[in-house]
Design a protein around this ligand. Sequence first.
Ligand SMILES: Cc1cc2nc3c(=O)[nH]c(=O)nc-3n(C[C@H](O)[C@H](O)[C@H](O)COP(=O)(O)OP(=O)(O)OC[C@H]3O[C@@H](n4cnc5c(N)ncnc54)[C@H](O)[C@@H]3O)c2cc1C
Length: 355
Amino acid sequence: MSHLSNSASGKPAGNPVVTLASRVNGRPRVLIVGGGFGGLHAAMGLAHMPVDVTVIDRRNHHIFQPLLYQVALAVLSPADIAQPIRTILHHNRNTQVLMDEVVGIDAAARTVSLSSGSRISYDYLVLATGATHSYFAHPEWAPLAPGLKTVEDATEIRRRVLLAFELAERQMVEHGWHPPLNFVVVGGGPTGVELAGAISDIAQLYMRHDFRHIDPSKSRVLLLEGSKRILSAYPPDLSASAEASLRKLGVEVHTDTQVTGIGPGYVEASSSSKEGHGRIDAAVTRSLLPEQDAQVTAPALIGALVESLLGPLAPIYEEPAAARTAVQNATVITLRALGIVDARARGLVAQTVLP
Ligand SMILES: Cc1cc2nc3c(=O)[nH]c(=O)nc-3n(C[C@H](O)[C@H](O)[C@H](O)COP(=O)(O)OP(=O)(O)OC[C@H]3O[C@@H](n4cnc5c(N)ncnc54)[C@H](O)[C@@H]3O)c2cc1C
């Protein structure tokens, strides 16, 4: 089994350049970047193969993302959905786990560089680094509208949602009035739908008897979706059924509605077919969540890999958002054409294998 070692003396030095030790019994070294579903699946598949596997993740734990929204709404605690990657893989005798961040790839030299300053060589590279959200060329929206990809995101959303109710209660006590409690969820993909339903559930069911001065059940939950229907990746009858369920839960569903601006305390949206342009007061909550599912973007590492293989791709990053998303798609298609990417799951979750 290969281990990290200092390339020169075998002793740790300040910011050492290290390489995986040379092959044991000539076994190929497989480097898997990412301990999410993709990376773990690859490691499990290789568990009994004559290879040495290294899994690198910048976190030491795997997150079960489908339950993140339950953490965001205080139904589960973070520990319920996180498990150490090394615990999950500890039966895999041919596998070691390292916590570090891969920051660069040199495909020709078959090495990756790590944020710790180390470098690791490989024979086969599996990139399973997941996907991230797109803010539609509005990076300034990010602090106002946190995404939901990590435990930190989930606890931040939880903090904002709970504080919104607390603040409203205090304002009622102090001033006899509080601004509207509007929770705006941007994006009617699976995550947006789940989150909108769960916020409404919490306000209508769980919190309604906990406050003396406000009535949480009177808060509004708005789900804004740019296309003609929510859950547009699914058949129309499922979209219709989901929309009906949400309305029953008290969620206001606005399809064909594009968010054009987000600022502290408000969301601006325009609808081509209905009310035209409007501003939604969200002064208290600021719980605005970007689309998670349809508009994910490829992580920077995919770009680094393409650059390493094909040369600089500078123009990609100078284009406006729509073009950028398209070019990122093209990037993956290019990788596919090269036979090295299997774009999977939703969005550009890329699992890349380099021989
Ligand atoms: C809120 C939410 C709800 C979802 N619900 C469902 C559902 O109900 N059903 C369903 O099928 N799917 C669902 N999904 C989608 C599903 O979770 C993803 O498709 C899946 O997690 C993708 O797996 P992955 O391994 O590709 O990426 P991830 O699970 O994102 O894992 C990527 C890993 O790579 C690591 N990493 C990234 N970059 C680096 C780097 N440079 N160096 C080192 N490590 C790095 C990250 O730390 C992470 O551990 C949901 C997703 C979300 C966010």
